[in-house]
Ligand binder design. Structure first.
Ligand code: C2E
Ligand code: CA
Ligand code: CA
Ligand code: CA
Length: 279
């Protein structure tokens, strides 16, 4: 007889044990990785489309894990979040990125308008001390709040959440910009834009992928960007991979982009070089 899905039982598979061990190993490694200095920010250039200059950088965390090489965030961030260590990791990265921006400013490699973008989770927004920690870090490095932009992935944001609102308002008051990340992929995008105190939205790569050939995709992207503009918010388009996409975006009136077509994420030294040599 055919079994209904309700009756389906989870059968034991050897890989489950393996996965559980992998995860336990990762947790143990993650705990000591912070102290061992194994995390570092990779920087991807944020580009002004008009003159193709570098106007900022997004910091993307990397883990140099002993015995595993370079590990990408998707592979360890979920575990870091579950374990509760993400807050510590964010504060560590914040310190590192501000140190780097200070260095680039002092060396004259960037103007005062240069912004560094750091990804944060809704967990950090839930921490009442987070805004103060950001302010303390800025003071420590003697930098104005305007150098920093925080990116939050919208699918975990809740506009009705008072703690989120509290932190977002505190950051806004300080002068730190907050962007909604991966915009155009969630369900409640529109209400977030209208209800949360944010400075802008980053349009997800998936909305850019087909624009060079597909007019439906183009109309959709235009609708999303009109929505952002209607809320008086800034907008960055991510995931630009080809000259065709870049030309299209420029023709559509977009001003700020990111993507492999312009630059891949590189470590701090690599980004210094990029700033010196240009794209
Ligand atoms: P995201 O914030 O949407 O970042 C963009 C991701 O797309 C990055 O992957 C970047 O390397 C990649 N990317 C950039 N340009 C292109 C392109 O033109 N084509 C393609 N195919 N990919 C491109 P990455 O570094 O693996 O990061 C994945 C995600 O992990 C990020 O997505 C972000 O949500 C999260 N993440 C990264 N660093 C941090 C961090 O320091 N803290 C937190 N909380 N999350 C982070
Ligand atoms: Ca991001
Ligand atoms: Ca994205
Ligand atoms: Ca993302």
């Amino acid at each position: 007889a055919k079994r209904s899905s309700v009756e389906k039982v989870v059968e034991f598979e050897p890989f489950m044990l393996f996965e559980r061990r992998e995860k336990a190993d990762m947790l143990a490694d993650l705990r000591q990785a912070l102290g061992a200095g194994q995390f570092f920010p990779a920087y991807q250039a944020v580009i002004c489309l008009e003159d193709e200059s570098i106007i900022g950088a997004e910091a993307l965390v990397r883990w140099q894990r002993t015995g595993h090489g370079l590990v990408r965030p998707d592979q360890f961030l979920p575990t870091a979040e579950e374990s509760g260590m993400i807050g510590e990791l964010t504060e560590y990265l914040l310190d590192r990125v501000l140190e780097d921006v200070k260095m680039w400013r002092t060396a004259g490699l960037v103007t005062n308008a240069f912004k560094v973008h750091l990804n944060v989770t809704s967990r950090e927004l839930h921490d009442l001390r987070f805004a103060d920690a950001v302010l303390a870090a800025l003071r420590h490095h003697d930098l104005p709040a305007s150098v920093l932009c925080l990116e939050i992935t919208e699918n975990r944001l809740m506009s009705g959440d008072n703690l989120h609102r509290y932190t977002l308002l505190a950051l806004q008051k300080m002068g730190v910009e907050v962007f909604i990340d991966d915009f155009g992929t969630g369900y409640s995008s529109i209400s977030y834009l209208r209800q949360l105190p944010v400075a802008g939205a980053k349009i997800d790569k998936s909305l850019v992928d087909g624009i060079a050939g597909d007019s439906t995709q183009e109309s959709f992207l235009r609708a999303i960007s009109d929505l952002i503009a209607a809320c008086n918010l800034k907008c960055i388009v991510e995931g630009v991979e080809t000259a065709g996409q870049s030309a299209k975006l420029k023709a559509m009136g977009f001003t700020t982009v990111q993507g492999f077509y312009y630059a891949h994420p590189v470590d701090s030294a690599g980004f210094s070089e990029l700033l010196i040599q240009g794209l």
